[in-house]
Design a protein around this ligand. Structure first.
Ligand SMILES: CC(C)(COP(=O)(O)OP(=O)(O)OC[C@H]1O[C@@H](n2cnc3c(N)ncnc32)[C@H](O)[C@@H]1OP(=O)(O)O)[C@@H](O)C(=O)NCCC(=O)NCCS
Length: 342
């Protein structure tokens, strides 16, 4: 808990709303572990290369009959259990994902059915790896405006289905999993203080999946050409990630009149250890302030910071009253940073 004062940017200009807090978090990762040693047998790579370039040692891979909605529902159930929230209490479900079970209906609707959350409205958000903060900020609007009392926000991905397992440039980076948060207003807590979100469609070609949408629907040819796998310019993505995360994080801190020493824990998108270190260093954060778990899970896109936040909370790294900085980056390009009074 910080003792120095800070500003709540939402409580300005005669704001009449209420605060929005994360009541609880939960996460789920599939049982199956895919190690770097196993990848050495699949593509021309080495544990040494993957570890030194990315920091990733292993990732989780969902079973064939385990879908994004299953992982999302499992993470949600853990978050609900932790806060003692019943399915009937949930007013809205937002799922951030780039690997929905199907093009439609939304994965959020499938999660609603799996949870039995009959009263809840449900929709998906697509902001790639930035999706969880985008979804948190959308959910926050419904709470602060008093439209809804309880919102379930989930980041969930089965990236193993859009990775080309013969492409060493990408297949070593990604994994499957889900993280969830229950949003409510909590008396005397500032909760989600601010979220700075951004996008740059000019750079949409740095990380994308050309096939499967209306531009390139599935045909024998599109599948033969591998258009239903993600494509990435790794070097450019790296550079843009560092700059965008840094800018968003600095802006979020500035809005709250916070300096980095007041932040208990920085939880960055878990894409690459070198990106995380570059952002942490340039923010002036100590190494022990920055949460890292990508060695176990790789990049799980929209699920990444949600899983990391759950681990930070469940291991006691983050405690009630602490200030947390989440910062993410993804395809789009998109980025976001959020400051939370936990
Ligand atoms: C992908 C990434 C790890 C590559 O690291 P890098 O430092 O840029 O790579 P380097 O330039 O050192 O190495 C590239 C070489 O390694 C090779 N290489 C790529 N993947 C490899 C692998 N898994 N194993 C061994 N060699 C590999 C390339 O073929 C290339 O070889 P070449 O020079 O003979 O053409 C890095 O660019 C990255 O993490 N980018 C961001 C990706 C990301 O975070 N995406 C998600 C954003 S949400």
């Amino acid at each position: 808990m910080t003792t120095k004062p800070f500003k709540n940017p939402r409580a300005q200009h005669g704001f009449q709303g209420r605060s929005c807090s994360i009541l609880s978090v939960g996460s789920y990762v599939p049982e199956r572990i895919l190690t770097n040693a196993e990848l050495e047998k699949m593509v021309d790579t080495s544990d040494d290369w993957i570890t030194s370039r990315t920091g990733i040692k292993e990732r989780r891979i969902a079973a064939e009959n385990e879908f994004t909605s299953d992982m999302a529902a499992a993470a949600a159930q853990r978050a609900m259990q932790s806060a003692g929230i019943k399915a009937e209490q949930i007013d809205l479900i937002i799922v951030a994902t780039i690997t929905p079970d199907m093009m439609f209906p939304s994965t959020a609707c499938l999660v609603q059915q799996k949870l039995g959350a009959r009263r809840a409205a449900a929709f998906d958000v697509e902001a790639a790896c930035s999706g969880f903060i985008y979804a948190l900020e959308i959910g926050q609007q419904f709470i602060t405006s008093r439209t809804y009392d309880t919102v379930l926000v989930i980041g969930a991905e089965k990236l193993s289905t859009i990775v080309d397992w013969t492409d060493r440039n990408t297949c070593v980076l990604f994994g499957d999993g889900a993280g969830a948060a229950i949003l409510q207003s909590r008396p005397k807590s500032h909760g989600l203080l601010t979220a700075c979100m951004g996008a740059d469609g000019d750079k949409s070609d740095l990380l994308y999946m050309p096939g499967g949408g209306s531009m390139c629907p599935a045909t024998k040819n599109s599948i033969a050409a591998g258009l239903h796998y993600l494509r990435m310019d790794g070097k450019e993505t790296f550079k843009n990630a560092v700059n965008a995360m840094l800018t968003a994080a600095k802006e979020a801190l500035k809005r709250c009149e916070l300096d980095i020493t007041q932040i208990k824990c920085v939880i960055p998108h878990q894409a690459n250890r070198r990106i995380i270190e570059a952002v942490g260093e340039r923010l002036g954060a100590r190494e022990d302030q920055v949460f890292v778990n990508l060695d176990k899970y790789g990049n799980t896109s929209a699920a990444s910071v949600a899983i990391a936040l759950d681990e930070a909370v469940s291991t006691g790294v983050v405690q009630r009253g602490d200030l947390v900085l989440l910062v993410v980056f993804g395809a789009g390009l998109t980025w976001a940073a959020a400051v939370i009074e936990w």
